[in-house]
Ligand binder design. Sequence first.
Ligand SMILES: *Cc1c(COP(=O)(O)O)cnc(C)c1O
Length: 412
Amino acid sequence: MITLDHHPSGRHFLQIPGPSPVPDRLLRALSLPTIDHRGPEFAALGKRVLSGMQQVFGTQHPVVIYPASGTGAWEAALVNTLSPGDAVLMYETGHFASLWQKMARRLGLVPEFLARPGTCAATGLPLSWRHGVDAALIGERLRADPGHRIKAVCVVHNETSTGVTSDIAAVRAAIDAAGHPALLMVDTISGLASADYRHDEWGVDVSVSGSQKGLMLPPGISFNALSPKALEASRHAGCAKAFWAWDEIVEMNRTGYWPYTPNTNLLYALSESLDLLLTQGLPAVFARHQRWAAGVRAAVQAWGLPIQCADPAVCSPVLTGVVTPAGVDADALRALIHRRFDLSLGTGLGKVKGRMFRIGHLGDCNDLTLMAALSGVEMGLRLAGVPLAGSGVQAAMDHFAGHPAPDGPAAG
Ligand SMILES: *Cc1c(COP(=O)(O)O)cnc(C)c1O
C-alpha cells in the first residue's frame, strides 16, 4: 500500500481491471505545466487528442471528451438521445450492465432488463454473468415491438465484473434483421484500446468509454463516440441536459477548444497514450492483450479453478475472473494477498461478491509483471489453504515462453 507515510520498496502491483498501471511516459506528461485552455497552444492539443480518439474508436464522426469518470459518459449517452418515459432494452451481462440499467431508471427512462435465464449448476452463478450478450434474445424482443416503443438497445462490450466480452456486430445484425429503428449504445469503458472495437463498422450509435482502463490514464476523463443518427436523435431528445449536451461541445471542438475548462493535464497524458497505441498499431495492441489473457487462463486452468467466463470464444482480453471454491471468501483471499504481497486484485461485484476475484491484464504490463502477479495469487491461494490441482505459475511460464510476442522485445 502506498500512502504519504508508507513507501514499501518496489512497485505496487495494481492488477485490477481499471484503473490500470500507468506508463511512466504518461506520468511525466501529467506533470507538465498547465497551459491556458483558451490560448494558442491548446487548440493543437485539443485537435490532436480528438482525432486520435476517432482512430481508436474507429469512427469518422465526432468524439466527445468529458472531464468525468465513465459513469458521466454513461449518463451523457442516455440524456442526449432519449426522452423521459422512453423504453430502453438493456442486457444483463454483469454488474456494470446492472448499474447502467439502474441509472436509466433514475433518469426517468423505462429500462427492460433482458438476461440469459438460468443458474450454472457447477458454480451457482447466474448464467447471464458467465456468458456474453445473446443477440438472438434481443432480436426476438425487438420483433415483439412492432410499434417501436423501444428507443435504444444498450449493451456492455467488455463486462468488467465478469471478464466476458460480447459480439457487438451480432447485436447490430439482430437489430437490423428485426427491422427495428432503435439506437445501439455500447459501453466499451474497459474494452476500448485493449479489445478490438469498431464504432462505425459495427454500426454503433453511441459508444461510451473511460480513461483509466485500456487507455492507461489515471481516472478522470471519459468519452462518447457518436453516429449521425445519434446526433439527429439529440436534436429532439427530451431529457434535461446542460453540462452533458453534445451540441455546444461538438461545435467548439471543431476549433480544438471546449465550452468549459477541459482536463488539460489528462489531455497531455491522453496525447502520449494515443501516440503509444497508434505507433504500435491497434492490431498489435489487441494481440498483446489476447496473449496475456491466454497465459493467465492457462494459470487458472492449472490451478483447477473455474474461469468466470464459461464461453472460451468470448473470454476478455482485459481481465480474467477466477471463481473460488465454495467456502473460500474471495475478498478475504484478496485481502491476504494485498497484505502479504502488495498486490491488488479486483473484487467480485454485485451478484458474484465474495465468490470470485479478477486479475487485470491491461495497461502498462508485460510478461514478467504478469508472472509476478500470478506468483502473488498462487502464494495467496496456498496460504489460504485452497487445494490446487497444479502450479498456475508454471503453466503461465510455459505459455509465455512457448508463445513469443510478435511485437515483444525479441522481435525488436
Ligand atoms: C469502469 C467501468 C464503468 C464505470 O466507470 P467509472 O469510471 O468508474 O465511472 C462502467 N462500465 C464498465 C464496463 C467499466 O469497466
